[in-house]
Design a binder for this molecule. Structure first.
Ligand code: NI
Length: 196
């Protein structure tokens, strides 16, 4: 089922999400719906808070990024088959050289900005069968995970921009939160206007 994607401005995107247990009701169906929603919106990742659920779950299919102009040969190799479900992820380490990459977010349509992050991460998570994994990721694979991981920590890529950049895009962010944006997928807006 394709779900509406929560837009910038909804407090659920700022909340630190909670871990889930194996008996979380409807988990299999939820993961299926998240894949469907992500592909429909042409995203490479989707985190549960973006469909309004504050739980530590995100899905990633990085294969479209294999063709990105910034993808190195090793990125291309990894990304081609980089399709994973991440449950209860915990970042163990972020290291390596910082690198800059232009990020976007399905919850923040039409805004793309360069974000600098460390290039190597080590992550502990459960896969869709609740099997624990500890893995190291680098390059663009690490980058996509860092972005989605931030979502379950209540952080958006726009939070990482310089004060100047933040000031420059503030007007556009306000418009998104009020629903004044076009997207080719369904979105859900948190409108304060209800209280007026
Ligand atoms: Ni995002």
């Amino acid at each position: 089922m394709i779900l509406p994607i929560v837009a910038y401005g909804d407090p659920v995107l700022k909340r630190k999400a909670l871990s889930i247990s194996e008996d979380y009701e409807g988990l299999e169906q939820l993961i299926e719906s998240m894949w469907e929603t992500m592909y429909h919106a042409h995203g490479v990742g989707l985190a549960a808070p973006q469909i309004g659920k504050s739980i530590r779950l995100f899905v990633i299919d990085g294969s479209p990024f294999a063709d990105d102009e910034d993808a190195t040969p090793s990125d291309q190799l990894v990304l081609k088959s980089f399709k994973k479900v991440f449950i209860n992820a915990e970042m163990i380490a972020e290291e390596g050289d910082d690198f800059s990459f232009t990020e976007g977010c399905l919850s923040i349509p039409d805004i793309r900005e360069d974000v600098t992050r460390p290039s190597v991460i080590r992550l502990r998570y459960l896969d869709e069968n609740f099997k624990e994994r500890v893995e190291e990721f680098s390059g663009l694979a690490a980058r996509i995970i860092q972005h989605e991981y931030d979502h379950i920590e209540g952080v958006l890529f726009t939070d990482k921009l310089s004060p100047l950049k933040k000031r420059l895009i503030k007007g556009r962010l306000d418009k998104i939160s009020r629903g004044m944006v076009d997207s080719d997928y369904r979105m859900k807006f948190y409108t304060k206007s209800k209280k007026r």
